[in-house]
Write a protein that binds this ligand. Structure first.
Ligand code: FAD
Length: 228
């Protein structure tokens, strides 16, 4: 693989242990919204590389990944990077892309938002006219990554339904989890693609929701953050 050398430029802590890292975008580095990269860095276990979805859009002049601190040696090394630290990124990988038909229904929880943010940001930047609904599950309103930006896409035709596990005191938000019942309450599930992205456990639950909604395999677009 042809690795590109780059440098971290800054870090944004969203809440608790969730943060975004920005890197200089190497010259000639191109990617599609929704694609991922391998981020390679020195750790106490030697040089390691892990996959991360592009959270930025192809129209941005930087590369951005968003993750949470887990305690692994890789994430400790990532958390220790400072502006100017040198890392490498792989060419863009993966086939995930925004479906051609709309309205699109996105079923996303927590960190699974990264490729969807890339796709929605790209659609907004290019004024593609994409319409749809994003069901975005999080524990509480205190930690909703990219919230303001995602909410702002309502005027472009993408409505975000926030679903909080804990009571939120937000009348417009839903309480609990993303379920088939809840999805049916907001969208007609007989039309359009259903996109779900994120850690394997979340994907398993969202696939069950899609089963209950009778979403045919050809209408399902799935990006699993790892095996399982
Ligand atoms: C296509 C694709 C896209 C992806 N996109 C993203 C993305 O946008 N954002 C993102 O965050 N991830 C993404 N991932 C997943 C990412 O590559 C990592 O697998 C994931 O973040 C977990 O890595 P980790 O180093 O935290 O944990 P791992 O080393 O994989 O360990 C798994 C869990 O074990 C625990 N653990 C491990 N070591 C320790 C330790 N020493 N002490 C305490 N606990 C420990 C942690 O709880 C950890 O979460 C993506 C994966 C794929 C395949």
């Amino acid at each position: 693989m042809d690795w590109h050398a780059t440098k971290m430029t800054d870090r944004h802590l969203w809440c608790e242990d969730v943060y975004s890292c920005r890197f200089e975008r190497p010259k000639d580095y191109s990617f599609g919204a929704g694609q991922y990269l391998m981020l390679r860095l020195p750790t106490s276990d030697g040089t390691l590389a892990k996959p991360f979805s592009h959270a930025s859009a192809p129209g941005d002049s930087w590369i951005e990944v968003t993750t949470h601190f887990s305690g692994s040696k890789y994430k400790s090394a990532l958390a220790d990077l400072e502006p100017g630290s040198e890392v490498s990124v792989s060419p863009a990988l993966g086939r995930l892309q925004i479906p051609a038909d709309d309205p699109v229904t996105f079923l996303v929880g927590g960190i699974g938002i990264t490729p969807v943010r890339s796709m929605l940001r790209d659609a907004a930047q290019r004024h593609t006219g994409l319409t749809g609904t994003l069901f975005y599950g999080n524990r509480s309103p205190q930690c909703v990554v990219y919230r303001d930006e995602l909410d702002s896409y309502e005027s472009d035709g993408i409505r975000t339904v926030h679903v909080f596990e804990r009571e939120s005191n937000e009348p417009a938000a839903e309480e609990g989890f993303i379920t088939a019942e809840l999805v049916k309450h907001h969208v007609d599930p007989t039309h359009g693609p259903f996109v779900t992205t994120g850690p394997p456990a979340m994907i398993t639950v969202m696939e069950r929701v899609m089963d209950e909604l009778d979403i045919e395999p050809e209408r399902r677009v799935i990006e699993r953050f790892g095996a399982g």
